[in-house]
Ligand binder design. Structure first.
Ligand code: GLY
Ligand code: MN
Ligand code: MN
Length: 441
């Protein structure tokens, strides 16, 4: 992402805020893993979206129309000793020169400087409840300002949810965001394809998790967007199975839900395929049903459709299909009316996708499902899960867990499937799995 794009976003936000306003937003704290070890640092998505600034301990302040500086970045000072151990810091000069801040101060000066900025504004844009430490300091700053009432200092009287504004901006992806998301999905899709070729009975789930991460990292995407789900057989029926500890068995299906993060944008892809490379009849019947539901849902992704249209399309196909296979019993209208599908398909058909895997943005506006518009990115991921012991369901269906998940962006004509490189047709998968890749376990 270019610095010009971050600047455009700040401009857009400041235009919406108007004069007399201030926005305050902190990045994420460093998260401790254990003792002296931290998790790899990942800035807060909202903060990064506005700044492109990757360091921890940073606060951005936007004050539209302020003469001295509209964009102020508080960040760590340079420190040769610490930089020798932990790497370089931008410091105040870097914040201005590399990241385009109009002004920058050491993060340690926040309590001295920020209240002075705050007291000159009528309206504060602030995301309450996201960062408890910042909430506490914000309360202190405000009460400090209120205490000076007799000196004629008033400060903001209006508080507005900054996240609501930012999340609406983030919902509409720009051309360059879509390009990064396309690259992320392409890397993940190719990794899925490789993993299909490496899969065979006897391989451990964690070995395929490792192959997935390796394929993504060596293509330039070092982080996964979320913990990979690699579940064979019964594990495929556990929606968020992440132990990935079992050995894959001949005759089982394998469900892999995994996607890389590239330049802070997520991909989120699920593929399900037979461990031994051939679907048996029951697996094939259910797989083809999920695929049919997924294709029906994808056809509904176009401008003007509402958020729930793809879900309803998938639900209709799945309900009818389960009835035809004898897994749901009764008449179709009654089954649809009673949401009978929820027993075997207990999640929704997708979610917004972007910097966060379950990305931000409202799904309803004024009580109605949101209409899809070009630039919105989402997943389409119907599934069917039949755990062992499911009452009234023949044994041949037990331990089949299937989800097929693609990443799509709404275009002017319909949608673009960003993850199309990951095979999902039955023949395509079986053919690919015959052509085994090199690594042997
Ligand atoms: N990987 C999480 C999800 O599919 O929503
Ligand atoms: Mn997923
Ligand atoms: Mn998903």
């Amino acid at each position: 992402m270019t610095m010009a794009e971050f600047k455009r976003r700040r401009r857009q936000l400041m235009r919406m805020m108007g004069a007399g306003s201030i926005a305050i937003l902190a990045s994420a704290p460093v998260a401790k893993r254990n003792r002296d070890v931290d998790y790899p640092y990942r800035p807060d998505s909202d903060f990064y979206y506005l700044t492109g600034f990757p360091e921890p301990e940073a606060v951005v302040v936007l004050i539209p129309g302020r003469k001295q500086a509209e964009y102020v970045l508080f960040c760590r000072e340079r420190d040769p000793k610490k930089e020798l151990w932990h790497g370089t810091r931008a410091g105040q000069e870097g914040a201005k020169e590399q990241y385009g801040a109009d002004d920058s101060f050491p993060i340690g000066d926040l309590d001295d400087i920020l209240p002075r900025m705050l007291e000159q504004c009528d309206r504060a844009f602030y995301a309450m409840g996201c960062d408890l430490e910042l909430d506490r300091r914000m309360s202190e700053w405000i009460s400090g300002i209120r205490a000076q009432g007799r000196a004629g200092i008033q400060g903001p009287l209006e508080f507005i949810a900054l996240d609501h504004y930012l999340h609406d901006m983030r919902l509409y992806k720009s051309r360059s965001e879509i390009k990064v998301m396309r690259d992320a999905a392409r890397i993940s899709a190719r990794a899925h394809k490789r993993v299909m070729q490496l899969c065979r009975p006897g391989v451990k789930e964690w070995q395929l998790e490792a192959e997935m991460a390796y394929a993504c990292a060596s293509a330039g995407a070092r982080e996964q967007a979320y913990s990979s789900i690699v579940g064979g057989g019964a594990n495929g029926c556990v929606l968020h199975y992440t132990e990935n500890q079992d050995e894959l068995q001949d005759g089982d299906l394998l469900l892999i839900d995994a996607g890389c993060e590239l330049e802070y944008y997520a991909s989120d892809i699920t593929r399900t395929f037979p461990v031994n490379g051939r679907f048996n009849n029951a697996q094939r019947a259910l797989y083809e049903l999920v695929l049919k539901a997924q294709l029906a849902a994808l056809r509904k992704v176009r401008p003007g459709a509402h958020w729930n249209d793809p879900h309803m399309a998938a639900v209709r196909v799945i309900t009818r299909g389960l009835m035809e296979l004898g897994i749901l019993k009764g008449r179709l209208p009654t089954l649809l009316k009673n949401d009978a599908y929820k027993r075997f398909y207990m999640h929704r058909t997708g979610h917004w996708l972007g910097m966060d895997v379950h990305d931000v943005g409202d799904y309803k506006v004024d009580g109605s499902w949101r209409l899809l518009e070009p630039g919105m990115a989402l997943t389409i991921e119907p599934g069917i899960y039949i755990p062992a012991g499911s009452k009234g369901v023949a044994r041949k269906w037990w331990n089949i867990g299937i989800r097929i998940e693609d990443d799509v962006v709404v275009t002017r004509e319909g949608c673009e499937v960003l993850s199309k490189d990951a095979p999902k047709g039955v023949e395509e998968i079986e053919e690919l799995m015959c052509l085994k890749a090199g690594t042997r376990y």
